[in-house]
Design a protein around this ligand. Sequence first.
Ligand code: F6R
Ligand code: MG
Ligand code: MG
Length: 365
Amino acid sequence: MVKTTVSVIKADVGSYPGHSRTHPKLLEVAARMLKEAEGSTIIDSYVTHCGDDLELIMTHTKGEDNEEIHELAWNIFMECANVAKEMKLYGAGQDLLADAFSGNVKGMGPGVAEMEFEERGSDPVLVFMADKTEPGAWNYYLYKMFADPFSTSGLVIDPSMHQGFVFEVHDVMEKRKILFNTPEESYSLLAYIGAPSRYVIKYVWKKDGTIAASTSTQRLNLMAGRYVGKDDPVMIVRAQGGLPAVGEVIDPFRTPILVAGWMRGSHHGPFMPVGVPDANCTQFDGPPRVICLGFQVSDRKLIGPVDMFDDPAFNRVRDRCCELADVLRAHGPFEPHRLSLEEMEYTTLPGVEKQFKDRWEDLPE
Ligand code: F6R
Ligand code: MG
Ligand code: MG
């Protein structure tokens, strides 16, 4: 049986005004280039943006980490960066850390989430895309979806989910990975993923090997070794039929949690679920936002999308996010609105510290 691959590859290649949103012209260019590739390199595609991030959603049969697919995405980002440069858009080409493509976009700036699977009789797939935050932002939600019986009722009342799930966690600082089985090792899993700047869930599987979720774990600043904005992650989640129901996948986003990112990639802020028309980062370059597009994947075609958070049921979490934003903004430059000093190492703050390093005097013993 031919397997289906869903690839979501994203980059910020320029936006307007400032870091608010991707220009429609870039969306047009990307959509045209993907359409031209349909029938040869890829089968189906959809283009959108979350804030200043251009998001390419593609289906094909070539598996994860395929050179042709990654090169197509890279060429689209390069072309869009050129258009952005012509318009003098802000940060034109900012996430493209290399001059030429070399086999795989991972490590070159763009974020990548991919999954390969045998299509079931019916296959609902949800694509989440965020702006002004980092890959670990998904940790909380993935735990709720796949391991919290107070959130996903199927973990309790669906016998096909009782066996639990396997989580692959990456340590993005030490570049190592580990597997945890839930429910048996839930507490151990939480011990790590509760520190989302370092430990990031990459995949979730059923214990029979069925792929359930895949995220982007690229951390731009760690790649570039300097401040280049946050990493604005993406995530693919499969639903139903022994996996969490669509509603169980999106319900955790009703809880407003605080994530790292926001202004200058240097602040904690509430993670606000919004419909695509509201996916523009405005207030204090934020607050951090997430959109979700729902598809049925049918013979590798994308049936959809449905704009999942464009729903009055999510109005209250948006209001609560605004309240949290007020509380945090009142802190001004103080922690915990501003990130911890350890995290600030990857921002522009070290530049300030450098200016004063010779003015510090030792205290007497
Ligand atoms: C956050 C982000 C923005 C910029 C801010 C300053 O990820 O991209 O908040 O950090 O607008 O941008 P510069 O330094 O380019 O003026
Ligand atoms: Mg930007
Ligand atoms: Mg962004």
